[in-house]
Design a binder for this molecule. Structure first.
Ligand code: E4P
Length: 220
């Protein structure tokens, strides 16, 4: 399973990249706004900076337009920024048409705001590179986000769809483990959830004991 970080914060991206396990980055307009990036030139420069940090890793950059012509124009501009840009397109009628068009032009896409298996089938038929079902937001309305990943993974495997399942809206280290078990190809998560995977009290206790015993052995 690939690991993406879900942020537009450059220092968080660098920290995850330094761990050596990062395969890419996802952003969205809310994450860009959080970094106070406004104006097209600044937004594009920020995407370039992210692409430079992750080098070969895929970087999802989301379009703001919701009509076919607008999505195509924006997506083409984004795709020109760097080879590792993936154009993020919302799961709407014109979005599906645009994904189909991008696919025919060799431009990779991430279909976002996915909440059902039906939407997942449509995105795969259109040729989306990645599909982003929002696990945490499904949980928020007391449905089961991980069950949705399982259902989509079963359908994609049965039908031979090539679209990669990118489990998004991940809220905890447990979500990461569950997404892996459910068959996600990629998980995108905040830095805190990635770092949370490191933690286990028995590791801390065991390491403390090893270091104490080592010190004792030095003292003869
Ligand atoms: C990523 O592609 C999504 O935009 C993101 O994971 C949404 O996460 P949230 O539900 O925590 O905002």
């Amino acid at each position: 399973m690939k690991f993406f970080i879900d942020t537009a914060n450059l220092s968080e991206i660098k920290e995850a990249q330094d761990l050596g396990i990062l395969d890419g980055v996802t952003t969205n307009p809310s994450l860009m706004a959080k970094e106070k990036i406004t104006g097209q030139a600044n937004v594009f420069a920020h995407y370039k900076a992210i692409c430079d940090i992750v080098e070969d890793g895929d970087v999802s950059a989301e379009v703001i337009s919701t009509d076919f012509e607008g999505i195509i124009k924006e997506g083409k501009e984004l795709a020109k920024l760097a080879d590792n840009i993936v154009v993020k397109v919302p799961m709407i009628k014109d979005g599906i048409k645009a994904i189909k068009w991008f696919d025919s032009e060799g431009i990779r896409t991430n279909c976002t705001l996915v909440f059902s298996a039906g939407q997942a089938i449509l995105a795969a038929k259109a040729g989306a590179t990645y599909l982003s079902p929002f696990v945490g937001r499904v949980d928020d309305v007391t449905w089961d986000g991980i069950k949705l990943i399982e259902e989509i993974a079963a359908i994609y495997s049965m039908q031979g769809y090539m679209t990669e399942i990118l489990a998004a809206s991940i809220r905890s280290p447990l979500h990461i483990v569950q997404a892996a078990k459910a068959g996600a190809d990629v998980v995108t998560c905040p830095l805190s959830s990635i770092m949370g995977l490191l933690n286990h009290p028995l590791t801390d206790i065991g390491l403390k004991k090893f270091l104490e015993d080592h010190q004792k052995s030095l003292q003869g």
